[in-house]
Design a protein around this ligand. Structure first.
Ligand SMILES: [Zn+2]
Length: 672
């Protein structure tokens, strides 16, 4: 039963006065004087504390500042404001005022006032204020305990429907998830060495084994890693396995198992499997999903459940934490059944995982599928790299991205390519970068070479200009051979090396730069010594190390060349506007001066074919600057007018049409 506030009000001010000669009223160190009473209020025995301001009392004003009503299980305080209004509060005695030493500035009016408190609070031999403090903190702690218990009981109820793990899970972990070893004693003289296989737990004879080499156990045929006993050291493996289970009509759970295997002793390895996190995913009738996470807490022995809501706290966000990492392998054997009738029934999660059995974060896949249902088609078509880029890429899919539209309703809308391209795409397995490349090649009317596309996919090459420039001078086959050779030779072998290439794409970037400069320098690119320099890095640096005068000449020639090559492709007239390419570097500089923007600084990028600069002008005044456009990697990336202003609606309308008809013109059907 709660303290009855209305009844309490009747006892709030006892209307007593104090003896003005009482020494306490004149003790400057005392701020408040406390008088007490024990009363039966609303059927409850309550301790009442009347707290007066000493200064007011000294002036003859005997109205309490606070009246506190204390029962054995709770307390409540009526405070009086200066304007005469009152307010109830639940603050404990020591928090009535913002004074960490509050009770020290209070004094009981008489000894009997204090004794009443001591008797009521029953806290041993404590002083009055101390025993009140103890009683109130006991009550608070008890309440907190009850609250915690309530929360934990809720979690217990939440965990109740979680079924047992699949019965064969340990076997699966052993057979399919964790690596196995074939330990052998190296013997130079003997062909068949003594060995032991951890997969089948038997002695085997080993021939031709090399330390850390992968192979098969000659007895059980399991995949093993050979380990020479002399070199092996301690072997510890740890992995994560995700198990999905159905909880109810509209709920599944993803459970995260942590696995540790340690081969201290070959025959008796230490094996431990435990569950350390759970995420519930449920959906409503409209198919809208929500998630609820829990993690296993190793501390807290006085709790009803080890499961805590939320994500596992980590000390350092930037350091790898195995316990908190939720990416891992997937138990896929029950998926068809578990996902049936769920929003993910057609998500192809199983097929996606089985394609390479690489660790993944299942929930991220499920979330991406909800946003981009076309994942289903990509996986069904075995376009793995595209699917992977959609699931794990941090790409922002804007509407301007012509290479790929994840919101498309059918394959043609998604890929922007005709069905007839599908067999080629399946063989090439492009990522998002290569999709873009394929389209740019089609725009540039370059015949799609399957070997080239596959190479681009495998090496992650995505910059169109890097492929287009060399292809002007050679066949795809020769380009790949040369770039592969240079990469093998000039690859950066360790991070301490000061120069060298990290990626194949870097080689291509330098090669494109070299070829553009060589064109401008009018070097004889028919000569294979010029076309395929022995050391690309050196040759590249050499053509770039030229005098300013020479450079100006090279730049102009190169831009002129581009005009001849590309103007026909980009030129377009409509609605009284025209698009044209610059003839010289000077024209680009002048455009920048006329329009007061920075296009002048793009000359180098244009020369190296990283960007294409186009002028939009009035069809009737084609030598008057109006709007400048940059094309990068097949996309219109910016359009700027006078003082960097965006283009007017009329120009924008014109550019939209130009984009549709010229820049992203529909692809021709492939004849593959
Ligand atoms: Zn074996």
């Amino acid at each position: 039963m709660k303290i009855n506030k209305r009844e309490c009000r009747k006892f709030a001010d006892p209307g007593i006065s104090m003896n003005r000669n009482h020494g306490l009223l004149h003790a400057a160190e005392v701020k408040y004087i406390v008088r007490t009473a024990v009363k039966n209020i609303g059927g409850k025995r309550l301790l009442v504390l009347y707290i007066y301001s000493r200064e007011q009392a000294a002036e003859g004003i005997f109205q309490p500042v606070w009246t506190m009503f204390q029962s054995r299980t709770e307390h409540i305080t009526l405070s009086y404001r200066e304007d005469g209004s009152t307010r109830w509060s639940k603050a404990s005695f020591c928090n009535l005022e913002r004074d960490y030493d509050f009770s020290r500035h209070c004094a009981f009016y008489t000894v009997r006032d204090e004794e009443r408190v001591i008797r009521f609070c029953r806290q041993g031999k404590c002083r009055g204020f101390t025993s009140l403090y103890h009683l109130q903190s006991d009550i608070r702690e008890k309440k907190q305990r009850e609250l915690k218990q309530k929360k934990e009981e809720k979690i217990l109820v939440r965990m109740k429907p979680v079924p047992a793990l699949p019965r064969n899970i340990r076997k699966i972990i052993d057979r399919e998830i964790m690596p196995h070893y074939l330990f052998y004693t190296y013997n130079r003289k003997r062909k068949d060495m003594e060995g032991f296989c951890s997969a089948c737990n038997t002695e085997v004879k080993v021939t031709d084994a090399r330390h850390n080499q992968k192979g098969l156990c000659p007895v059980c045929k399991a995949k093993v890693i050979f380990k020479s006993r002399g070199k092996r050291g301690n072997i510890c493996d740890r992995e994560t396995l995700q198990v999905i289970q159905r909880i109810s009509e509209n709920e599944i759970i993803v459970r995260f198992l942590k696995i540790h295997y340690q081969f201290g002793e070959e025959r008796h390895p230490y094996k431990s499997v435990y569950e350390n996190a759970r995420t519930f995913l449920c959906w409503n009738e409209e198919g809208k999903t929500s998630e609820e996470r829990f993690y296993y807490s190793y501390g807290g022995r006085d709790s009803l459940t080890p499961w805590k809501p939320g994500t596992r706290p980590v000390f350092n966000q930037w350091r790898y934490n195995f316990e908190a990492d939720q990416a891992g392998f997937l138990y896929e054997k029950n998926l068809d059944q578990v996902l049936k009738g769920s929003p993910w029934q057609y998500s192809q999660l199983k097929e996606f995982y089985l394609a390479d059995r690489e660790p993944l974060y299942v929930i991220s896949y499920l979330a991406k599928y909800e946003r981009y249902p076309m994942l289903e088609y990509l996986v069904r078509l075995r376009l793995w790299r595209l699917a992977e880029d959609v699931v794990f890429g941090s790409h922002y899919y804007g509407s301007s991205d012509s290479a790929f539209n994840p919101n498309g309703k059918n394959l043609k809308e998604v890929l922007g390519l005709d069905k007839s391209y599908v067999p080629l795409l399946q063989r090439v397995n492009p990522g998002l970068g290569q999709m873009k490349l394929i389209k740019s090649l089609l725009h540039a009317k370059v015949e799609l070479n399957e070997g080239l596309l596959r190479w681009c996919g495998d090496c992650g090459i995505s910059r169109t200009e890097n492929v287009l420039v060399p292809l002007k001078h050679m066949t795809p086959h020769k380009m790949m051979r040369y770039v592969n050779e240079q990469y093998a030779k000039l690859r950066r072998k360790n991070p301490y090396q000061s120069s060298g290439y990290y990626k194949v794409e870097d080689v291509l970037t330098d090669y494109r730069d070299y070829l553009c400069m060589s064109e401008g320098l009018e070097l004889d690119l028919k000569n294979s010594f010029v076309l395929f320099p022995t050391d690309l890095k050196k040759a590249h640096d050499k053509v770039n190390d030229i005098s300013d005068k020479e450079q100006a000449l090279v730049y102009d020639r190169q831009i002129q060349k581009q005009f001849e090559e590309l103007n026909e492709q980009y030129h377009f007239v409509k609605y009284g506007f025209a698009v044209l390419l610059p003839h010289t570097a000077k024209e680009i500089l002048e455009e920048g001066q006329n329009l007061h923007h920075c296009v002048g600084s793009y000359v180098k990028k244009v020369v190296k074919r990283e960007s294409t600069i186009l002028f939009v002008r009035k069809a009737g005044e084609q030598d008057k600057s109006l709007c400048t456009v940059e094309i990068h990697n097949g996309e219109l990336v910016q359009a700027r007018c006078y003082k960097n202003e965006p283009p007017s609606p009329a120009i924008r309308k014109f550019l939209d049409i130009w984009k549709k008809k010229v820049l992203h013109a529909p692809e021709l059907t492939v004849a593959a």
